[in-house]
Design a protein around this ligand. Sequence first.
Ligand code: DQA
Length: 139
Amino acid sequence: KKILVLNGPNLNLLGVREKSIYGDQDFVSFFSELKDEFPDVDLSYFQANSEGAIIDEIHRVGFEWDGVVLNAGAYTHTSVAIADAIAAVTTPVIEVHISNVHQREEFRHHSYLSAQCKGVILGFGLNSYRLGILSLMLS
Ligand code: DQA
């Protein structure tokens, strides 16, 4: 299976940013662990801080690949455009979050993306990404 892990804004700062919420591991080292754990999956990683670059990436993979595990960061709570991109493609998209957004500020409780995604996994730390990949492997 060909799966893209797609991270949005500020997730390039994992391991540096708000460690009490997001942990102290950087994503590049975590992603290399994922590659080792899922040797049968063709896993790629892309991160962008801008909305348009995330949308372009969804378009690029969204008709051929087997799945996208998407953490859109704060765009989750603001972006109709990313929601429309997910709706436009045929590849299933799994929404993931490191933190349990429902335990946090009110503005993080709503996601524009969830209704267009196959499913949502949140609150399990970096394990949310593992669970996202597993969910795609089960289908
Ligand atoms: C996040 C939650 C978002 O509310 C926040 O803006 C992020 C990270 C998470 O993974 O917990 O950047 O998506």
